[in-house]
Design a binder for this molecule. Structure first.
Ligand code: CIR
Length: 257
């Protein structure tokens, strides 16, 4: 099976302050001991998929900063540093930007009035779908499209309203296959793809990631797991229950490149 091959990932250790992360769920506060264990297992899983993982230290001043994916959009040619739509997360990107300098010569930043969070950007081969609502706006999306075009990629804006981020409800596996839940199921932008449609009671599992030979999915979603396996993929499950309590998922915990 073919898809983009990754060799590296960046993660950021969760701080104690994660218990005060932004949430729309009513699942309670994360248990910090479990958070650290689950994070360590997540890192191990990425390593078992063949990635060399850079583990950044915790940043207590930013409760949500373990969700590094929202800081940037990475391609083979360039890194684009976002600008958080949500105030409490502004500044998280500074340390990530520093780490990316070790790997990228082309680093471009989204500027005001643009806002852009990486979770709103879904890559499908050399095309990037960008959702513009509250965490990412039209200016941010258009800036990203312009930058991507300079480096030989394309981008387009998609209308998806209800989820926190675009990738909360959709993942691209490669081979024209997507895992989808909610609005993306019927969104015309994704009509040309083979879809694994996730039942409403497993919608959280729509946020999964293809990493080289595996699909990493959150633990405990049997129907989705079986459907992905039936499509021919090898699965690695990770328990991310503590991150779910503050609306985080499998993709948000790393930047892969
Ligand atoms: C937030 O609301 O920003 C965090 N509590 C969760 C971010 C999850 N990131 C993502 O879906 N890409």
């Amino acid at each position: 099976m073919s898809s983009i091959r990754f060799t590296k990932a960046i993660v950021k250790t969760p701080g104690h302050s994660i218990i005060n992360g932004i949430t729309t769920s009513n699942l309670g506060k994360p248990d910090y001991k479990k958070v650290l264990l689950q994070h360590a297992k997540y890192v191990e899983t990425l390593e078992n998929c063949g990635l060399e993982v850079t583990i950044m230290p915790a940043e207590e001043e930013y409760p949500d900063s373990t969700f590094v994916e929202d800081c940037a959009v990475l391609t083979e040619q360039c890194a684009v540093i976002g600008n958080f739509g949500v105030r409490s997360r502004r500044g998280e990107e500074t340390s990530v930007d520093e780490v990316l300098k070790d790997y990228y010569t082309n680093i471009v930043r989204i500027e005001e009035p643009g806002i852009l969070e990486g979770g709103d950007v879904l890559r499908v081969n050399d095309h990037f779908y960008i959702r513009a609502t509250n965490r990412t706006n039209i200016s941010g999306a258009n800036q990203l499209i312009k930058i991507l075009e300079e480096f030989g990629y394309t981008g387009s804006i998609v209308l998806v309203e209800k989820t926190l981020h675009l990738k909360s409800g959709i993942s691209y596996l490669g081979e024209k296959k997507m895992i989808v839940s909610g609005e993306p199921v019927s969104n015309p932008a994704f009509s040309g793809f083979d879809k694994i449609v996730v039942d409403d009671d497993e919608s959280y599992a729509a946020n999964s990631i293809r990493v080289n030979d595996y699909v990493i999915i959150p633990g405990g979603f049997e129907k989705t797991k079986n459907a992905i396996m039936k499509s021919g993929y090898k699965i690695k499950e990770v328990d991310v229950s503590e991150f779910r309590k503050i609306d985080g998922g499998v993709s948000c915990l790393s930047l892969r490149f």
